[in-house]
Design a protein around this ligand. Structure first.
Ligand code: FAD
Ligand code: FAD
Length: 326
């Protein structure tokens, strides 16, 4: 059932088997499996996550490589709702472990917000990450290309960049190393720091050896039309010809709500899990981009399957046997 500020009562009076924070690829997959195991589940989704920005899902078996992330989300949500999953548009602010249950505080509504607290036995953290993009005064100019010909994921889109003139946009010296992976797909790489970091002599030398020019002036604007990049103009007037690009500026991790849970195993901002996606907390699972591993839809979807199955197994084993009684 779709929940909103108008019908929260039902959910407030309930203890869910599982609350799924984040209704992207991993979260919706988990919800579908949980519902099919006969477990109750509430998905809380803030909207406009990483899979929403994915303009094409290019490498997922069974789907055309032109499938937008929005279609995956729409179909996944309809599927989950048809199985009886509860779904709420809201922002998970805080998760607290109260012993046997998790208490999950959600902000609902941008104006006159409500802050309901929902309870569940298990929590699945499927809130993912979001890529940092270069900040320009006109962000629409960035959005016109990001996700189309200006990519954020080498694994997803290296193939799209083959043998094209490419810009690699970084915000730290260490991110420049991406150039030496990107060159599997194309050697025509111009590295742009957007004025955000300094570059030491060793890295300059390595770039020069490879023949990759380095531009350190800030970007003024991306040029092209219909989402197709043709070049980049810098603040110092330089024009760089490029028909594709990769942004390697790191990501924001959607994990603030978990920071009050003690003793979680983090690697940087990623959660570490076992092979069933269980964190170091026995009733907290983490999926997809938020957990350490490959950031791909296929992985997030499989993670949802694993976490839901591990939870079901535990709840089933603790339940009394169902006997055939007339
Ligand atoms: P997401 O799908 O991002 O889901 C997390 C959800 O949690 C989001 O919907 C977000 O809104 C929500 N959320 C976050 N914080 C909160 C909160 N506090 N409260 C409530 N909700 C919250 N992958 C591929 O496999 N193939 C591709 O071709 C591909 N192309 C891509 C192109 C682009 C432009 C981008 C940006 C990504 C691409 N990816 C691709 C990567 C793919 O989008 C991710 O790997 C995948 O979505 C991860 O799934 P997830 O469930 O972990 O995270
Ligand atoms: P397969 O998809 O079985 O691929 C292995 C391939 O190898 C086969 O095509 C086979 O012909 C070929 N092969 C075998 N030996 C050789 C050889 N020596 N030389 C050459 N080729 C060979 N899973 C779900 O997730 N959801 C469902 O709803 C679901 N429903 C199912 C319903 C049925 C009736 C069945 C039978 C299975 C169902 N499954 C379902 C399970 C799903 O089919 C498998 O988990 C999945 O196909 C495994 O993928 P795979 O690549 O490991 O194996």
């Amino acid at each position: 059932m779709k929940l909103s500020s108008k019908n929260l009562e039902v959910a407030l009076n309930k203890t869910y088997d599982v609350i799924v924070a984040g209704g992207g690829a991993g979260g919706l997959s988990a919800a579908i499996y949980l519902a099919r195991y006969g477990l109750s589940c509430l998905v809380v989704e803030k909207g406009k996550g990483r899979s929403f920005w994915m303009q094409d899902l290019r490498n997922y078996l069974g789907l055309a490589p032109t499938t937008p992330g929005r279609d995956l989300l729409q179909q996944g949500l309809e599927h989950a709702l048809s199985l009886g999953v509860d779904y709420l548009r809201g922002f998970v602010e805080e998760a607290r472990d109260e012993g046997d249950l998790f208490a999950v505080k959600v902000k609902v509504g941008k104006a006159n917000s409500l802050y309901p607290i929902f309870h569940s036995k298990y929590l699945i953290a499927a809130t993912g990450i979001i890529d940092h993009l270069p900040q320009l005064p006109d962000m629409q100019n960035v959005y016109d290309y990001a996700g189309y010909s200006l990519h954020v994921c080498l694994i997803c889109d290296g193939y799209e960049m083959r043998d094209q003139k490419a810009v690699l946009i970084v915000n730290s010296e260490s991110q420049i190393n991406t150039a030496f992976v990107l060159n599997w797909f194309t050697p025509y790489i111009s590295v742009l720091t957007h004025g955000l970091c300094s570059v030491g002599p060793a890295m300059r030398e390595k770039l020069a050896e490879h023949g990759y020019p380095l531009y350190e002036a800030p970007i003024r604007r991306f040029c092209g039309e219909n989402h197709q990049l043709s070049g980049v103009e810098l603040e110092d007037g330089t024009h760089i010809e490029a028909t594709t690009g990769l942004v390697a500026m790191g990501s924001r991790y959607h994990n603030a709500y978990l920071k009050g849970i003690p003793d979680l195993n983090w690697q940087g901002e990623n959660l570490l899990t076992d092979e069933w996606c269980r964190t170091s907390h026995p009733r907290l699972f983490a999926l997809g981009d938020l957990k350490q591993g490959l950031n791909q839809v296929s992985i997030a979807v499989a993670d949802g399957t694993l976490a839901a199955t591990a939870i079901w197994r535990e709840i089933r084993r603790a339940a009394p046997p169902r006997k055939w009684v007339e």
